[in-house]
Design a protein around this ligand. Structure first.
Ligand code: ZN
Length: 165
C-alpha cells in the first residue's frame, strides 16, 4: 500500500489534521494532544509525540492507530511516543479549536487564571447558542467523561461543556 514517501511538511500537516475521536470537530493539533513530529528522511521513520487528555477518555489508542495509518499512507513508518509530563491541560486548546467547539454547540473550557482551577460546579459557562451565562449543570458526565451536560436557562437548549482540566 505505501506510496512514495511524502515530504516532512506534508506528513506533518496530515498528522496535525487528524480529528479527535471524541470531538471530531477539533484536530489533535488544536487540542494540544500532538506535541511533536520528528521525521528522519534518511530512514523514513517518524517519531510522533502525543500527550493524552483526560485519563477518562479512552481515545489515545484510537489516535495512535490513526497516526500510524496516516504515516503509512504517506510512506513513513511511525513510532508513537506518549508523554505524560507536563500533563495536558485545556489551556493547550488553540483559539481555532475553541471556536470550532463553540460553532459545534459545545462550550469550550475556560482558561484558568494563574493555573488555579475554579472549584467544580462554581464556574460560569456561556451557552454556545445564545451566549447567556445563565446556565446550569444537568450531569457532570455527559456523552463522554470529558464533557458535562448543561442547559441554558434562557434558550432552554441543553449543550455539552468541554470540561476544564
Ligand atoms: Zn442559550
Amino acid at each position: 500500500m505505501p506510496a512514495r514517501r511524502s515530504t516532512v511538511t506534508e506528513l506533518r500537516e496530515a498528522i496535525a489534521a487528524i480529528p479527535d475521536p471524541e470531538v471530531p470537530v477539533v484536530t489533535i493539533e488544536d487540542l494540544g494532544i500532538l506535541r511533536d513530529v520528528a521525521a528522519d528522511e534518511d530512514t523514513g521513520h517518524v517519531v510522533v509525540t502525543i500527550t493524552p487528555t483526560y485519563s477518562g477518555c479512552p481515545a489515545m489508542a484510537a489516535i495512535s492507530d490513526y497516526v500510524a495509518y496516516i504515516a503509512a499512507r504517506h510512506g513513513w513508518q511511525a513510532r508513537i511516543d506518549t508523554v505524560l509530563e507536563p500533563a495536558w491541560t485545556t489551556d493547550w486548546l488553540s483559539e481555532k479549536g475553541r471556536e470550532a467547539l463553540r460553532r459545534f454547540g459545545i462550550a469550550p473550557p475556560r482558561r484558568r487564571e494563574g493555573g488555579v482551577a475554579v472549584p467544580l460546579g462554581r464556574h460560569t459557562v456561556a451557552c454556545p447558542r445564545c451566549g447567556s451565562t445563565d446556565t446550569e449543570e444537568l450531569a457532570h458526565f455527559g456523552s463522554t467523561a470529558c464533557k458535562a451536560m448543561r442547559r441554558c436557562r434562557v434558550c432552554r437548549e441543553p449543550f455539552d461543556e468541554f470540561k476544564e482540566l
